[in-house]
Design a protein around this ligand. Structure first.
Ligand SMILES: [Zn+2]
Length: 235
């Protein structure tokens, strides 16, 4: 049986991105191919995406999880090569987007359906994408496969981030494919761990229900960077 999705690791490893960005391809001849988060304008990497896209019926859509560079910097080049439109939550977040997509927007992905789930917190414009029958969540930067997501002002929002984690707990998810690091096969435990970690580490932010208590900015990711980041984050 055809693999429901393929991961192509972008050649952009760093303290911020861990091993690099996981770029996702899914779909088949019936639906055409979807690419999530083409991360970098690199010839060999884009060629690998194009080849896998060809195998899956040709690239018909490019989806962005959020407007951080390591999630969209290959998108314009890929659109140039394929003519495929770029979709994102907002042009405010992703200026190169051709179409803005709201929470709940669906796309055919092979015999399955891919659904956008608006998940602010790491960044205001963040979408995760759920492959519905497979129960696979492409989580962008909401959850990391290794290390942690840390919160630093002023772009992200701690309250929104916690709300997002709690919303994800209500969805039937069998596995999480993060944008950075390995696949998470125990999503429930991981989401619980993230929420517990946040409530323990950021008690002030958690107890402050007022929306005026903000802003926090999230960044990712690698453990050494996370430690540095949390040490330097003013409380
Ligand atoms: Zn990010």
């Amino acid at each position: 049986m055809e693999q429901p999705y393929t991961i192509i690791l972008a050649p952009n490893p760093s303290l911020m991105t861990g091993p690099g960005t996981n770029t996702i391809l899914l779909g088949n001849q019936a639906s055409s191919a979807i690419v999530i988060d083409p991360a970098i304008d690199d010839a060999a990497y884009l060629e690998a995406i194009l080849q896998e896209g060809e195998r899956r019926g040709g690239i018909g859509r490019i989806l962005i999880t959020h407007g951080h560079h390591d999630h969209m910097d290959g998108a314009a080049a890929l659109r140039g090569r394929t003519g495929a439109p770029i979709y994102a939550f907002s042009r405010q977040g992703v200026p190169i987007a051709d179409e803005e997509i709201a929470d709940g927007t669906t796309f055919p992905a092979g015999n399955d359906t891919l659904r956008a789930i608006h998940t602010p917190g790491h960044r205001f414009d963040h979408h995760c994408y759920l492959l519905e029958q497979q129960h696979t969540l492409f989580a962008g930067d909401i959850v990391a496969g290794a290390g942690t997501v840390v919160i630093i002002p002023p772009e992200g929002d701690m309250q929104e981030y916690l709300d997002t984690l709690k919303r994800l707990q209500t969805i039937d998810i069998a596995e999480i494919v993060p944008a950075h690091g390995p696949i998470i096969t125990e999503p429930r435990a991981k989401l619980e761990e993230y929420i517990a970690h946040r409530m323990e580490r950021e008690p002030t932010a958690w107890s402050a229900s007022s929306r005026s208590y903000r802003p926090w900015r999230c960044c990712l990711l690698a453990q050494p960077f996370a430690r540095w980041c949390s040490a330097s984050t003013p409380m």
